[in-house]
Write a protein that binds this ligand. Structure first.
Ligand code: URA
Length: 232
């Protein structure tokens, strides 16, 4: 793609701002300053702008450790969104959260501008497991575990089988491969149990990076991008 388009997309600046940056001599391709805005660049080129490494991958994949009080949406008049808390230099155009966590749920949110990838990891047909740790107001019985595992009837809907493992006391691990509104809270509610806290700890084979504090994020590695969709 053209250098000015890449810079504008990845730095979230206008095409004319990208052109000005290139003409100022602040953009380097493979170690040499480049002043040509229409220079063609590809995935094998190493590019910096204003001293910052610019990814040449067509798409962006970000892992965020979502804090409470932030919603998974691309914009809101009233609420703070996951896009609002992204560092400015990661906030490229077209990013959206692949799947939603509730406002009070914390943990792994994947932000991308790759619609096909998002569809692949969210479609229940692909059985990409999302793992959560839930703190409950009371312990789980064997009856609850077998209802989760058998594919529970929730309202009119027959859910896909889910795994429920007791970690300690009222803390459990839940694995689901679909994303129905408030799914985990409603699954427990059916059994008279309230979820007091919920955290997503993994998507597919990729674990939330525990080095990320709440509200922090980082790019997924190429390996993680490949791993996330692999059969578990
Ligand atoms: N299930 C819920 O109830 N809430 C979430 O945020 C995710 C799964």
């Amino acid at each position: 793609m053209r250098l000015d388009k890449l810079i504008s997309d990845k730095m979230n600046i206008t095409r004319s701002q990208a052109k000005a940056l290139i003409k100022s001599g602040s953009v380097y391709v493979n170690g040499a300053a480049v002043l040509l805005c229409d220079k063609k660049v590809g995935e094998t080129d190493s590019i910096t702008a204003d001293g910052r490494q610019i990814s040449t991958s067509r798409f962006v994949y970000i892992m965020m450790n979502k804090p409470e009080g932030v919603i998974c949406a691309t914009g809101s008049e009233e609420e703070k969104t996951v896009l609002d808390i992204l560092p400015e230099d990661m906030a490229v155009r077209g990013l959206f959260p692949a799947g939603r966590l509730d406002k009070d749920t914390t943990g792994f949110v994947l932000l991308t501008d790759d619609g096909e990838f998002a569809h692949r990891i969210l479609s229940p047909k692909n059985h990409i497991v999302k793992t959560y740790i839930a703190t409950l107001d009371k312990p789980c019985t064997d009856e609850v575990i077998s209802d989760f595992e058998g594919g529970m009837l929730l309202g009119d809907e027959k859910l896909l089988p889910a795994k429920l493992k007791i970690l300690s006391g009222n803390t459990v691990q839940v694995e689901i491969s679909q994303g129905i509104y408030h799914q985990i809270k409603r699954m427990f509610k059916k059994h008279g149990i309230t979820v007091l806290a919920l955290k997503r700890t993994a998507m597919g084979n990729v674990l939330l990076d525990e080095k990320l504090a709440l509200g922090e994020c980082r790019y997924l590695t190429d390996e993680e991008i490949a791993q996330i969709c692999k059969k578990q």
